[in-house]
Design a protein around this ligand. Structure first.
Ligand code: AMP
Length: 439
């Protein structure tokens, strides 16, 4: 199938081609005509499937059509389309894609990206001239509405991007508040990589007779990602990582760890051992995070050690290797993490380190993800650790990476609640301690 047959105008086709999109991905072929037709949509789309353009192209087209009479002097404040995303990285990335796609349209669209973690004032100033389309994280959106910088009464298209993550990060309440501010008649598009009962409930309350698109994981749509699992002692993971980087001459590696502290520690250890490594997490300022990503793309860093939340939405083409130094807490995160590599048709490699305390959790991930890969042992890194009961502390460095499943004590529950709170603030950017990068 070609883009030309999907009913999109020439200006959008030119922009898509300029981004290197020769033919539509399966989710794009399926979703674009549905969205153009005005129906509600529930799409199950994996990370890296091309979902941003799947909704971006038709939403831009409908924006132009629907507001044709309003451009020029009669243009109201808007916004007419609202895209809600879980993290500021995804907000920035979606904003960039939408601006690129809108580049050749005859009208200059006012596309604004708003998220927490930065002063609200410039965002309020930016919105003074009105907006046609807003990409937002929920917390900051509500702040802006409360400051009267934004009204949502004219939104005729709502997109929930990565709905599963929005709920995972505890945005259910904010979502309901936002929904209450929107006009009743509107088009709703919900994209999610996974469909937990909570996402299904959200979809049922939100969508009106939706078209449901589930792109089967055919060989064509499954990214080409080789997966390996290596057994190693907890304390030897950094040495193993270095060994792999050196022996395979990996030029660019994204390493996942459980906590900000671990990200700093592992990056520091590697850096001291001569590997150009740096940390990437919600404790860094937005400016520092953007800089790290730009420098990673420019190959100034060999290794970026990241936490799950801040790594959401990272889109680096030609990222050959992802390493799970700590296994992900939630099984579904395994897919999100490994999906950072093997994007847009490239091949990739995902390596998971499995320690004695995390072996049971690995078996659970492998079972749920239907992975049929051997647990390897590498010469010189043969594990000697005894299997011990999992540490209940979420994300304990040099522990179990924060595994679910052990009955928590009251203290653990309090800790977990504090961690959840920190996680949410990290996602929406309200926690921004000191900047710390290397130059
Ligand atoms: P997304 O799932 O929207 O984050 O997109 C994942 C990656 O696929 C991004 O790097 C896009 O630039 C790329 N992409 C999206 N659509 C296409 C397409 N039709 N052809 C080639 N690459 C694409």
């Amino acid at each position: 199938m070609s883009f030309d047959s999907l009913g999109l105008p020439a200006a959008l086709l030119t922009a898509a081609r300029a981004l290197g999109f020769e033919s539509p991905t399966p989710i794009q072929s399926a979703a674009i005509p549905v969205v153009l037709g005005g129906a509600d949509l529930r799409a199950c789309a994996q990370t890296g499937s091309g979902k941003t353009a799947a909704y971006g192209l038709p939403v831009l087209q409908r924006l132009i059509e629907g507001n044709a009479g309003r451009f020029g002097a009669a243009r109201t404040r808007g916004p007419y389309a609202l895209v809600l995303v879980p993290t500021r990285e995804l907000a920035l990335q979606v904003g960039t894609v939408l601006r690129d796609l809108a580049r050749h349209l005859p009208q200059r669209l006012r596309i604004h990206v708003v998220f927490g973690g930065e002063s609200i004032n410039p965002q309020m100033m930016g919105l003074r001239g009105g907006a046609d389309l807003v990409v937002a994280t929920p917390g900051r959106l509500i702040d802006l509405v409360e400051h009267r910088a934004l009204a949502l009464s004219e939104v005729h298209t709502l997109v929930l991007d990565e709905a599963d993550r929005l709920l995972d990060l505890g945005f259910a309440e904010e979502l309901q508040r936002v929904l209450g501010l929107l006009p009743a008649r509107r088009q709703n598009l919900l994209f999610s990589a996974t469909y937990s009962p909570a996402v299904v409930r959200l979809a049922e309350g939100l969508l009106h007779r939706p078209v449901v698109i589930e792109i089967a994981q055919t060989p064509e749509t499954v990214p080409d990602i080789a997966q390996r699992a290596i057994a190693v002692d907890t304390t030897r993971r950094t040495a193993l990582l270095r060994h792999l980087i050196e022996t395979h001459e990996w030029s660019r590696v994204l390493v996942f760890v459980a906590t900000q502290y671990a990200a700093e520690l592992v990056a520091e250890k590697l850096y001291r051992q001569g590997v150009y490594a740096t940390a990437f997490h919600g404790g860094l300022s937005q400016g520092a995070r953007t800089r790290v990503l730009d420098e990673f793309k420019d190959e100034r860093w060999e290794v970026v050690v990241a936490t799950d939340l801040s790594a959401r939405g990272i889109d680096i083409s030609d990222l050959p290797v992802v390493v799970n130094y700590d296994l992900p807490r939630a099984v579904a995160d395994y897919v999100h993490r490994i999906g950072r590599t093997g994007r847009a048709g490239e091949s990739g490699l995902a390596v998971s380190f499995v320690t004695a305390p995390t072996a049971a959790h690995w078996r659970l991930i492998a079972k749920r993800q239907r992975l049929d890969i051997p647990l390897e042992t590498l010469e010189g890194f043969e594990p000697t650790e005894e299997a011990v009961p999992a540490s209940p502390v979420p994300g304990a460095e040099d522990g179990n990476g924060g595994i679910k499943g052990k009955r928590p004590s009251k203290k653990d529950r309090l800790r977990a609640a504090a961690a959840e709170d920190a996680k949410r603030r990290e996602a929406d950017g309200s926690a921004v301690p000191d900047l710390r990068t290397r130059s």
